[in-house]
Design a protein around this ligand. Structure first.
Ligand code: MN
Length: 297
């Protein structure tokens, strides 16, 4: 049984009637899972993530007070026909005056998000931190170029430079992705690399690479985490990151010009304990805490 909320939306940080220009963050849900290749359910994530956000306190794990942060939750963008409606997402991202936190949805919704961020920062050097079990570099998958297995391929086509992309947590490959992964110029840190070298060292490498960029977007597929930490996702891949490691990664980005985060592939119908939803929320709150610490400086 789910009990009544103990806090307001987004751990009390959401203020109703706040315009995006007045807020630090815009939260936007994209409840769509029509381009997932295995199990669906991610369409229910925005609602579930928002619900449990009312049970968090406005503190990060290191007790950073988040109260100075204002969140405008702008609701959902409905997707019926992705080939058309994805443009609504792209246009929304392009015109935002603050930092978007986007809730998928399967990973396909990040295609218009990456396009939108590329356009929003068109005169700037845009970096991408890709945290995922999968590289999503397929040109086409299941007959679709908008599949959740094609996201980063479309991102490259949108003009994100390979050498400004850091990928962490990878451990599953399609044949058509191998050449790009090995010769495409992106910085690849597999889940095995993290286990062997430690996340702090990997995060330091990532910081030094992304430090050359003017704006950095993070696309985080919750299947970056080991299924022990995030069982409720379409394609759980064993041997993944711990939630501890991902929090360390997010905290290590302090000082970089962060401009947006999308969290995708949380699938509530196959997440019996809601642990995957709570893992996503902890990652989001630690991302918000990076901004709260900047404000305190
Ligand atoms: Mn994935």
């Amino acid at each position: 049984m789910e009990l009544a909320a103990t806090h307001g939306l987004w751990a009390d940080l959401h203020q109703p009637n706040l315009s995006p220009a007045e807020a630090d963050f815009s939260v936007i849900g994209i409840p769509f899972d029509g381009l997932a290749s295995a199990r669906t359910g991610a369409a229910q994530a925005p609602e579930k993530i928002r619900f449990w956000s009312q049970h968090l306190t406005p503190y990060s794990e290191d007790r950073t007070r988040l109260k100075s942060i204002r969140v405008a939750d702008l609701g959902d963008i409905a997707i019926t026909q992705p080939s058309i409606d994805f443009q609504l997402v792209r246009q929304r991202v392009v015109t935002l005056p603050n930092v978007p936190i986007l809730l998928g949805g399967d990973h396909s919704v990040s295609i218009p998000i990456l396009q939108g961020q590329r356009e929003r920062f068109k005169d700037k050097r845009l970096g991408l931190l890709w945290v995922d079990a999968h590289p999503d570099l397929c040109d086409e998958f299941n007959g679709s170029r908008l599949s959740h297995a094609c996201v980063l391929r479309r991102g490259l086509e949108a003009g994100i430079e390979p050498f400004d992309i850091c990928m962490v947590g990878l451990r599953s490959w399609e044949e058509q992705e191998i050449d790009l992964i090995e010769n495409g110029g992106m910085h690849v840190y597999t889940a095995a690399d993290v286990a062997e070298r430690g996340m702090k060292k990997i995060a330091d490498s990532i910081y030094n690479i992304l430090n050359d960029c003017d704006a950095i977007h993070i696309s985080l597929d919750i299947d970056c985490l080991d299924p022990a930490f995030a069982p409720g996702t379409g394609i759980p891949e064993a041997g993944g990151l711990t939630s501890r490691e991902v929090i360390t990664l997010i905290k290590s980005l302090q000082g970089l010009p962060l401009v947006g985060l999308d969290v995708v592939e949380v699938a509530p119908p196959i997440d019996p304990s809601d642990a995957t939803v709570f893992a996503a929320l902890r990652i989001i709150m630690e991302y918000i805490a990076v901004f709260a610490r900047e404000k305190q400086k």
